[in-house]
Design a protein around this ligand. Structure first.
Ligand code: PGA
Ligand code: ZN
Length: 431
């Protein structure tokens, strides 16, 4: 049994300067936990509801004072009144208190902040690091980082349609070496872009946001940067894409609005990615088709599922039931995991378990609007997820997670293992 002494939330700002919720939770043994909630831009339509004030006079309507008041009012009074058994019991209590399917009454941002702060307080109470408190002594697997080095879509004001061009140093011997390879490739990409006369300003997730001439040029500069940094593209370092295709799917067609206005049917969209997989060292595609394009998802899985990892994000929204249903339908072969899409830690863990049960890969993920909170780094190790994506090796809120993983690897010492090529066994070198 855990007795909660106090719960207090406040409004802080995220990496886009938008308000978000931070929660401090203290147990009666005075151990405490703090957590901050991230926020997406290319959200799935079935995500749990992020409660915003809607008062246009303040932060353009994006304030979260109602969510904060829900923590400091009804949630706090309920939680300090009765002891809870564990995380699962706390999360059930929070869901009951909210009473809606989509957490829209109290707000998923209010609920998740409390859920994560509780997990941290429990770890502190156990005097264990968070990854071990959540994952037990077997939590020793460091994830492959997927660095988002070139930003497009709704994360950047440029000419690039796919939202994320990521590099995954799966050939590294350890996480710290993967981080070095990622940072060196990122540096090489900066010089490639400069030489071509492009700006090296960055997008929301720290990747460069150049106005390249075509989407092809965007992937070509990334491939060039990998070899310029001295690594073998498709072997040491593979490419992962998140086109976030829901963002450019309109009336049944995929439209590359930011580059050349080209339109594609779902079948043509899948054929387009197939050509890219043929031409470039791509090992992973997330949301290559839109969340509500079930036929497109089935087709892309049939055409590419044996060659690349296909990650569901907008269509799965970290919902165990949606992942189970998709697996039964032959949709995707991996799941993205974003705690704020579902709103509690227990349901996030259930989504990971559901994905693993289906034999799906798991990628723990940040949001484009982030804080310095590094919870997802511990979550990736706790669940042996094998992969994490948390932006470029640039911008403090992204590095917070990668640097936390460095510290975890150091702490585990010889017990640590690196996920390496296993998550990408369908990828380019094994073809
Ligand atoms: P978001 O983007 O955080 O803006 O939703 C991340 C993603 O689509 O994976
Ligand atoms: Zn995505």
């Amino acid at each position: 049994m855990r007795k909660i002494a106090s719960v207090h939330a406040r409004q802080i700002l995220d990496s886009r300067g938008s308000p978000t919720v931070e929660v401090d939770l203290v147990l009666d043994d005075r151990r405490n936990g703090r957590a901050a909630v991230p926020s997406g831009a290319s959200t799935g339509s079935r995500e749990a509801v992020e409660l915003r004030d809607g008062d246009e006079e303040r932060y353009g309507g994006k304030g979260v004072t109602k969510a904060v008041a829900n923590v400091n009012g009804p949630i706090a009074s309920r939680l300090v009144a009765e002891p809870v058994e564990d995380q699962a019991a706390l999360d059930v209590l929070l869901r009951e208190l909210d009473g809606t399917e989509d957490k829209s009454r109290l707000g998923a941002n209010a609920i998740l902040g409390v859920s994560l702060a509780f997990a941290r307080a429990v770890a502190a109470s156990e005097r264990e690091p968070l990854y071990r408190s959540l994952g037990g002594p077997g939590a020793t697997l460091l994830p492959v980082p997927m660095f988002n080095v070139l930003n497009g879509g709704v994360h950047a004001d440029n000419s690039v349609d796919p939202q994320e061009f990521m590099i995954a140093p799966c050939g590294a011997p350890s996480f710290s070496e993967a981080l070095r390879m990622g940072a060196e490739t990122y540096g090489a990409l900066k010089s490639v872009l400069k030489r071509r006369g492009y700006a090296t300003s960055v997008g929301d997730e720290g990747g460069f946001a150049p106005n390249v001439r075509s989407n092809e040029e965007a992937i070509e500069v990334v491939v060039e940067a990998i070899s310029k940094a001295g690594f073998r593209a498709g072997d040491d370092v593979v490419i992962a894409l998140d086109p976030a295709a829901s963002e450019f799917f309109e009336d049944g067609a995929y439209v590359f609005k930011k580059s050349d206005e080209s339109r594609r049917t779902p079948a043509e969209m899948v054929a387009f990615w197939e050509r890219w997989v043929d031409r470039y060292p791509i090992a992973c595609i997330e949301d290559g088709v839109a969340e509500n394009d079930d036929a497109g998802w089935k087709l892309i899985t049939q055409r590419l599922g044996a060659r690349v990892q296909l990650v569901g994000d907008d269509n799965f929204v970290t919902d165990p039931a949606l992942i189970r249903a998709a697996a039964a339908d032959g949709i995707a072969n991996a799941a993205l995991v974003k705690p704020n899409q579902i709103g509690t830690l227990t349901e996030t863990l259930a989504a990971i378990a559901e994905a693993k049960k289906a034999g799906y890969g798991t990628v723990i993920s940040h949001r484009s609007g982030e804080t310095a909170d590094d919870f997802i780094a511990d979550l990736a190790v706790a669940t042996s997820a094998g992969q994490i994506k948390t932006g470029a090796p640039c911008r403090g809120e992204r590095l917070a997670k990668y640097n936390r993983l460095l510290r975890i690897e150091e702490e585990l010492g010889s017990r640590s293992r690196y996920a390496g090529r296993a998550p990408f066994s369908r990828g380019p070198t094994r073809r």
